[in-house]
Write a protein that binds this ligand. Sequence first.
Ligand SMILES: [Zn+2]
Length: 158
Amino acid sequence: MEVRTDQPAEPEGKVVKTDEEWKKLLTPEQYAILRKSHTEAAHGQVYKQFKEQGVGSYHCAGCNALLFTSKQKFDSGCGWPSFYDPAKAENVILKKDITLGMARIEVVCAKCGGHLGHVFEGEGFNTPTDQRYCINGGGLVFVPAKGDAPAKDEPVKK
Ligand SMILES: [Zn+2]
């Protein structure tokens, strides 16, 4: 997962690019996830990285839109970065996805249309929403919070 120390600027409107432009802008991993709906390996390097990250915000690697923060992060144990809610609802779109013979809800960046992951609910996690946004960390950019402010909201554990 890409890490940046400066807060990226939010996109002002929809971000529309050609496939060629996306290929140039994104790393091969980011391109595969965001533009080709690839799912990264569970329990991989990105997941390890995610679990070790402290307070900060998670942005779309394609367009910088704010998607999640460490406040909504929780440890689901599923092998992918998990959040119980988006940080900014208007930056996320939910779509019905019936690929792979399953009825799932796809999570898409509202600004650039990038594929982020899926959302599942009713799994019984002890979180405020009972939803699990199961997100490919490789499609995110993590921006650590400035300073060493202690976390007010500890990640929720099952
Ligand atoms: Zn985006």
